[in-house]
Design a protein around this ligand. Structure first.
Ligand code: PEP
Ligand code: MG
Length: 324
């Protein structure tokens, strides 16, 4: 396996007919840095900044955050690192800041939480900006965006943070800012969002959960939780189309990018960036290098008209079997 990994690491993620995909790693722990590098990740497509907060005993100070973020940014420079701002709430709780809600996935999570706690938010933004100083590879990604004014509020906090740093003699440049597309309202508002942000990242785990109204962690409904569901696929297809029309780069992160059958369809839709767990990078790269883009486009055309995820999966598995 290791030999296979080494060989694959330096080969491009490109279909036999020349469609190039960028493969990024998802990270959170510092221990995740080297598995991605080892497997040839072209950057970090999703840095889950809540993970260092979760393993800490209290809110990490701004300086502690700078140290952590800089390690990730430095390890990957000049390759881009998409740092997501704090995405706690839902199933991710901080042991030192707990609150209970009846419907945590519909509650105080992601950007909703940080916009209500601007002290925490500004200090995280400042830490990211300071960590990325001189490196030029920091991009900021906003989780759980469900309203357009969340982007506006973030932009003014970002300006405030940049201003504060400047006053303290720390010159930082303004990073690109993107939105996670994981809530149906964000999908509906996509044209407006395209004018407000620099890139999109489809969080397929939450997108599937919210599009289908199926709790991603509830075993009783786990049969219903499938990103090959026609509603999920058709909406992702639409996101990719609108993003392309507006010239906004779009990536897919979340477990879908590690599912070989789903990767075939994402290729067919024209997705050019995927971000996934480092351990699954070789598998996804292998799928990309095995099936032509033309075939993937045909599969997506077929799948986009099918009415049931089981049929879709059966069709895709057949193709994967043919390719060994
Ligand atoms: C997602 O929702 O797909 C995602 C990548 O974010 P998380 O799994 O951290 O919610
Ligand atoms: Mg998510």
């Amino acid at each position: 396996l290791i030999k296979g990994l080494d060989e694959l690491r330096d080969l491009p993620a490109q279909t036999p007919d020349g469609f190039r995909v960028k493969l990024f790693a998802n990270t959170g722990l510092l221990a995740d840095i080297s598995p991605g590098l080892l497997r040839g990740a072209e950057g970090v497509g999703l840095y889950r900044s809540e993970i260092p907060f979760m393993v800490h005993e209290s809110f990490p100070s701004e300086e502690e955050q700078v140290q952590i973020y800089r390690k990730v940014l430095e390890a990957y420079a000049p390759r881009p690192v998409y740092m997501r701002t704090l995405d706690i709430g839902g199933d991710k709780n901080l042991p030192y800041f707990s609150f209970t809600e009846e419907n945590p996935f519909l509650g105080w999570r992601g950007i909703r939480f940080t916009l209500d706690n601007t002290g925490i938010f500004i200090s995280q933004i400042r830490a990211m900006l300071k960590a990325g100083r001189y490196l030029g590879n920091l991009k900021i990604l906003l989780p759980m965006v469900s309203r357009l004014d969340e982007i506006e509020s973030f932009r003014s906090l970002l300006q405030e943070a940049i201003g504060q740093l400047k006053e303290a003699g720390v010159e930082v440049s303004e990073p690109q800012v993107g939105a996670m597309i994981e809530v149906p309202s964000a999908m509906v508002l996509l044209e407006d969002l395209a004018e407000m942000v620099d890139f999109f990242s489809i969080g397929s785990n939450d997108f599937t959960q919210y599009m289908l109204a199926v709790d991603r962690n509830n075993a009783k409904v786990s049969d219903l939780y499938d990103w090959l569901n026609p509603a999920v696929l058709r909406s992702i297809g639409r996101v990719v189309k609108v993003a392309k029309k507006h010239g906004v780069p779009v990536s897919v992160c979340g477990e879908m990018a590690s599912d070989p059958a789903a990767v075939l369809l994402l290729l067919g839709m024209g997705v050019e960036m995927l971000s996934l767990s480092a351990y699954n990078l070789p598998k996804t790269k292998w799928v990309i290098r095995s099936v032509s883009h033309q075939t993937a486009e045909k599969l997506w055309k077929k799948a986009s008209r099918m009415r049931n995820e089981k049929e879709i999966r059966a069709m895709l598995n057949e193709v994967l079997d043919q390719h060994g």
